[in-house]
Write a protein that binds this ligand. Structure first.
Ligand code: MGP
Length: 215
């Protein structure tokens, strides 16, 4: 019926009441509806038990797809700096497993941040939270689709944080993600971070993997 009315028809008097009602409904629903994220995310935990295979040590903790559920989970779990050495958290898009072997990671790589021992106290937790916020907030503009997830490794030799992307051949995506990430972490211009393919990391013989890109 509304469609048959001319566009310029004056509002009937009861519309004032209707719109107050509508406004209240909106206020109400704003209070109850959680804020959806663009993607659903899975948080994984890795605990180093040498009697098991690497994959068997990896456990899915929980999935979320709203801002509120992200904070509920984040506030419920230990900070990275409180985890034992050898543990990891991984946050990946739902459907992507946090391992090189997953189809969506196979041709990919990671922007790697290697921290020194003092940075566990100074930087680790805030860098990891900022990394999580970059992911769930889709911070990488047109290239956020290239992001697969992120990992924090707690290690005695120095902790590591990395953002994993889908394809090291997507040069524009990889470099844009690296630049935005470095900026979001507030890293100084003169400090560089490197991007390595998982293929190189998985087959490395020494302690370092060559960088495909640097920002
Ligand atoms: P790591 O946990 O990423 O780093 O890899 P860590 O402990 O700092 O060791 P470093 O070699 O980087 O100095 C440690 C080991 O875990 C690897 O050598 C693999 O044996 C295993 N591993 C790690 N990842 C991310 C994977 C993976 O995606 N798939 C499989 N199959 N094994 C992995």
């Amino acid at each position: 019926m509304a469609a048959a009315e001319p566009e310029s028809s004056p509002n009937p008097p009861q519309d004032a009441e209707d719109s107050e009602e509508t406004r209240q409904e909106v206020v109400c629903s704003e209070a109850y509806i959680k804020h959806p994220l663009q993607n659903r995310w899975s948080l994984w935990f890795f605990k180093n038990d040498k009697s098991k295979t690497w994959q068997a040590n990896l456990r899915l903790i929980s999935k979320f797809d709203t801002v509120e559920d992200f904070w509920a989970l984040y506030n419920h779990i230990q900070l990275s700096s409180n985890l034992m050495s050898g543990c990891d958290y991984s946050l990946f898009k739902d459907g992507i497993e946090p391992m090189w072997e997953d189809e969506r990671n196979r041709k990919g790589g990671r922007w790697l941040l290697t921290l020194n021992k003092q940075q566990r106290r100074l930087d680790l937790d805030r860098f990891w939270l900022e990394t999580l916020l970059c992911l769930i907030g889709e911070a990488f503009d047109d290239f956020s689709d290239d992001v697969c997830g992120a990992v924090v490794n707690i290690r005695a030799k120095g902790d590591k944080i990395a953002i994993w992307t889908a394809n090291y051949d997507n040069r524009d995506a990889v470099t844009h993600i690296g630049k935005v990430y470095k900026d979001r972490l507030g890293l100084p211009m003169k400090m560089t971070i490197g991007y390595q393919s998982h293929a190189d990391t998985a087959t490395k013989s020494g302690s370092t993997t060559k960088n495909k890109f640097v920002v």
